[in-house]
Write a protein that binds this ligand. Structure first.
Ligand code: TRP
Ligand code: ZN
Length: 489
């Protein structure tokens, strides 16, 4: 036997003996990020969170919580330590598999060192007790605080992209989706509206506290987890195929809510036809009793400020947009935040598809011309190429302009260009195949392009490169640039 072969054999044998292999490598701490180049500190490695059970008592008047988050996870490597993302209040104690564990906090990381290392491939639980005031989270990618927000007479949670860590310890990245049980206790008569299905409502013996137990059947990305505390009324309806619809709203807003959401069931039916079956166990909305400049596609229960819901139909586009995210963004989730156009471009185009379906092809044509003209005009004016120009190519938005208008509008036009290029039949087959393949999972832009090329039966690299990455706004197939420029119509 040659010396080299003997050495190789010795190494193989040594690694087969567990004790020796461990002495050679040893358990290591899990990575402190999940590997998203846009946000290197977001998420963590070394484990896969499967379920979060969050028991939380909230005092809306003082804006404090007293909570225990119990996370069931699978170790994907042998772990001497692992991290959770957490920017919330004081940690009171951490247990791993029921035994006290050491912990430390550094910036937005909670570093947990169990008393014994966790074997690769095994399930473990980590329970974190914490109390105090949840923080809204600031960051560069969106010019506002995200996460737990107390607006005076209640709380809403809108976390995209990194606000979840402000109110519970979490592997805070859409790559690690998990199911949730949210057990939230509030003073009577507050109501809690959260994701999934309301399983139980428990009133305390003295009648002063109510516990709402919400649970989700399907995995949720952390930024889509929401807990809303308010003096809500609730409207129950039944959507297509018996889908439960529930809408929580300020009681003085009943008529506007009924009118503004009147088309929701029709939209669900249309999108289910176009994309595939509605992904989750329920849908509906929560209308916050405050003016909010945004809406958010929180899973199974989209979130709107009361200002959106006027009853005039003015929110129809947003209502369709947030609903469409349940397929694109929520069920098919991002793998990295840089692919955000897969959420926003798709939801925006889906709302245009709804208008086309409901009002006819001319309506879509008008929208496309208007938006194309708007972007073209912006580009003409911004010839000095301001980095934060509002309609950047959607494919690689700067981390500090993640939600710029290009992601939404040029992202939607990208899908329209694809549709004009491959024809309606192939286009809708592409959307359906993409959804079917990646539902309840994660996808990348490359995954979408691969599905599109597979179904179109040819390369589409040039089209996607031009629409997603090139600074110049491409011509739309069958529509010259000049025809769409303002003044040319
Ligand atoms: N995804 C939202 C939409 O387009 C926009 C959004 C991004 C948002 N980050 C947010 C809304 C944070 C509320 C809070 O529908
Ligand atoms: Zn959106």
């Amino acid at each position: 036997m040659s010396r080299r072969l003997a050495l190789l054999l010795a190494i193989v044998l040594l690694t087969l003996i567990p004790g020796v292999a461990q002495a050679r490598e040893g358990p290591v701490a899990g990575p402190t990020g999940i590997g998203d180049p846009y946000f290197p500190a977001l998420g963590n490695g070394g484990y896969d969170a499967q379920h979060y059970a969050i028991a939380l008592t909230a005092d809306p008047a003082r804006n404090t919580v007293d909570a225990t988050a119990t996370i069931t996870a699978l170790a994907t490597q042998e772990l001497s330590a692992f991290n959770l993302d957490f920017a919330g209040p004081a940690v009171l104690g951490v247990e791993v598999n029921g035994a006290p564990a050491d912990w430390d906090r550094r910036e937005r990381e909670l570093i947990i060192t169990p008393s014994a290392s966790l074997p690769a491939g095994e399930q473990f639980t980590v329970a974190v007790r914490y109390a105090g005031r949840p923080s809204s989270v600031s960051g560069s990618s969106i010019p506002m605080l995200v996460g737990w927000t107390n607006f005076g007479d209640g709380v809403f949670v809108a976390s995209e992209p990194y606000g979840a860590m402000g109110w519970y310890p979490v592997n805070d990245h859409p790559l690690d989706k998990a199911t949730y049980e949210l057990r939230v206790t509030v003073p009577a008569p507050y109501v809690v509206a959260a994701n999934g299905t309301l399983h139980e409502t428990i009133t305390s013996a003295d009648g002063e506290a109510i516990t709402y137990v919400w649970a989700s059947r399907d995995p949720i990305a952390s930024y889509l987890v929401t807990v809303n505390i308010g003096q809500f009324a609730v409207m129950h309806e039944v959507g297509p195929d018996g889908l439960p619809l529930r809408t929580y709203y300020p009681p003085d807003h009943a008529d506007a809510v009924a009118a503004e959401f009147a088309r929701t069931a029709d939209m669900i039916a249309f999108f289910s036809d176009a994309f595939g079956p509605y992904p989750f166990e329920a849908y509906g909305a929560v209308v916050i009793d405050a003016a909010l400049p945004f809406a958010l596609e929180t899973q199974t229960i989209s979130l709107f400020g009361r200002n959106w819901i006027t009853g005039t139909g003015a929110a129809e586009e947003a209502v369709a947009h947030e609903l469409a995210h349940q397929w694109f963004g929520n069920s098919v989730s991002l793998t990295r935040w840089g692919d955000i156009w897969l959420n926003e471009g798709f939801a925006t185009y889906a709302s245009w598809l709804w208008f086309e379906h409901d009002r006819g092809a001319d309506t879509l044509d008008q929208i496309v011309r208007r938006i194309y003209g708007q972007i073209a005009e912006d580009q003409a004016g911004a010839s000095s190429a301001l980095p934060l120009s509002s309609y950047l190519p959607p494919g690689d938005p700067p981390p500090d302009a993640l939600f710029n208008g290009g992601v939404y509008l040029r992202g939607a036009l990208t899908l329209h260009a694809l549709r004009l290029h491959v024809g309606d039949e192939a286009f809708f087959a592409i959307l359906r195949a993409y959804y079917e393949r990646y539902q309840h999972g994660n996808a990348t832009t490359a995954d979408f392009i691969a599905v599109a090329e597979e179904i179109a039966g040819g390369p589409l690299g040039d089209l996607f490169d031009a629409w997603l990455y090139a600074p110049a706004l491409p011509d739309l197939p069958e529509m010259g640039l000049s025809a769409a420029l303002p003044g040319a119509q």
